[in-house]
Design a protein around this ligand. Structure first.
Ligand code: CDP
Length: 194
């Protein structure tokens, strides 16, 4: 069975938490596609060469979740040749047997427009920055500034900009507790599977 759940949205909107819960509930494989761009960003050197030669070790680095890695990721993610190098792997993952959940920025629009379920998860910038600050610490105002900067870059780029697919279900988690957000998404997936 091929069944793809595409979860897109801006930084720290809750895509990962929702994606992991869906994957676990239905036994689907899960790919956090942001990790690919973070790994390219932190490798340094030529980003196109890095994207073409990403290894399992690159993806297992323990410094991929930092704010700096997020910023580096969004810079290299604007380079069309970087995106092209990562495309096939993501497409194959999306259509693997047994079901797949992918979260990112362009899953429903570019990687898998045929996804059976498409979600666009969002929340206000201060709410998202607060969540990221709880995760990483540091200066909350600086976290907010970086979240806004990254959103603007991701939405403003020419290649695969961050935007909802026309048929995506919008989920605003600003005032929605995470367990309720997950419950709604599980219901949606269940109804599409039926
Ligand atoms: O976890 P968070 O939402 O903060 O970010 P992420 O999903 O790890 O993505 C890091 C950066 O990679 C984003 O700001 C995007 O610039 C880029 N990205 C992308 O362009 N396309 C994707 N499918 C996933 C991430």
């Amino acid at each position: 069975m091929k069944f793809t759940v595409a979860i897109d949205g801006p930084a720290a909107a809750g895509k990962g938490t929702i994606g992991r819960a869906v994957a676990e509930a239905f036994g689907f494989a899960h790919l956090d596609t942001g990790v690919l761009y973070r790994a390219v960003g932190v490798r340094g050197g030529d980003p196109v060469a890095a994207a073409q030669s990403l290894s399992a070790e690159d993806l297992a680095r323990d410094d991929l979740r930092t704010l700096e890695a997020g910023q580096a990721a969004s810079r290299v993610a604007a380079i069309p040749q970087v995106r092209a190098a990562l495309l096939e792997f993501q497409r194959r993952f999306a259509r693997r047997e047994g079901g797949a959940v992918l979260d990112g920025r362009d899953i429903g629009t570019v990687i898998c427009p045929e996804a059976e379920v498409k979600l666009f998860v969002t929340a206000s910038a201060p709410v998202r920055a607060h969540r990221r600050w709880l995760e990483l610490g540091g200066d909350e105002a600086q976290v907010l500034a970086q979240v806004r900067e990254r959103d603007a870059r991701d939405m403003g780029r020419a290649d695969a900009p961050l935007r909802p697919a026309p048929d995506a279900v919008l989920l605003d988690t600003s005032d929605l507790p995470v367990d309720q957000a997950i419950a709604r998404v599980l219901d949606l997936v269940r109804s599409r599977l039926a």
